[in-house]
Design a binder for this molecule. Structure first.
Ligand code: PA5
Ligand code: NI
Length: 188
């Protein structure tokens, strides 16, 4: 059955969704193989293995016809020079997705297997992910970065494509704050 009409509170200051569905957390140890500096990652795992990001989903199932939405909070931090980021995935179906910035500042990185594109997401900015583009977000600011994601329920999630083939670029610290460095053929 499809979900009944409802309204959800979206708290841009806490990343909360009310009512909430599934809540998931990813720690540093869940992100092994994704950061370039594997030694720095292991040190940080040993020093407390902190939560890098949390996703609070609205109670909408991932099935054809429904439009699930969720709020992601990425903490501020880095592994080596690389900013805290999500695992990254593609929608195998393929289907598009919209991100909307709630608080903090992040980079939405997109990769179609050949070309890298990225946009900065701030409060009030929507980023559009076209069908067929793998996507990952990184927190490039000094406070938590939060955004709302809205996507078709039939999109599915392919994490292996990013874990094995990378995103074609990395988001790293620079003198100007951050830069997106292309990494052709790079893993993770
Ligand atoms: O739907 C999305 O693309 C987001 O809600 C992501 O799932 C979320 O930001 C977490 O990233 P990932 O699913 O790559 O771990
Ligand atoms: Ni997605």
């Amino acid at each position: 059955d499809l979900v009944r009409p409802f309204a959800a509170g979206i708290d841009g200051a806490s990343g909360g969704v009310d009512p909430a569905g599934v809540v998931s957390e990813r720690r540093l140890s869940d992100l092994r193989g994704l950061f370039r500096d594997a030694a720095a990652l292991e040190r940080a795992v040993g020093e407390g293995d902190e939560v890098v990001y949390r996703v609070v989903a609205a109670p909408v199932p991932e099935v054809e016809g429904e439009v699930p939405f969720s709020v992601t909070t990425i903490e501020a931090g880095r592994v080596g020079d690389e900013f805290y980021m999500t695992r990254g995935h593609a929608h195998p179906e393929p289907q598009g997705e919209v991100y909307f910035g709630l608080s903090g500042r992040g980079v939405l990185l997109m990769y179609d297997g050949e070309e890298v594109r990225w946009v900065e997401i701030r409060p009030g900015v929507a980023g559009y992910i076209p069908p067929g583009w793998a996507h990952r977000t990184a927190n490039v600011g000094g406070e938590p970065f939060r955004f709302l994601a809205v996507y078709p329920g039939s999109a599915g999630h392919d994490y292996a494509i990013v874990a094995e083939g990378g995103m074609g670029a990395r988001v790293v610290r620079s003198a100007a704050g951050y830069e997106v460095v292309e990494e052709p053929g790079g893993a993770g």
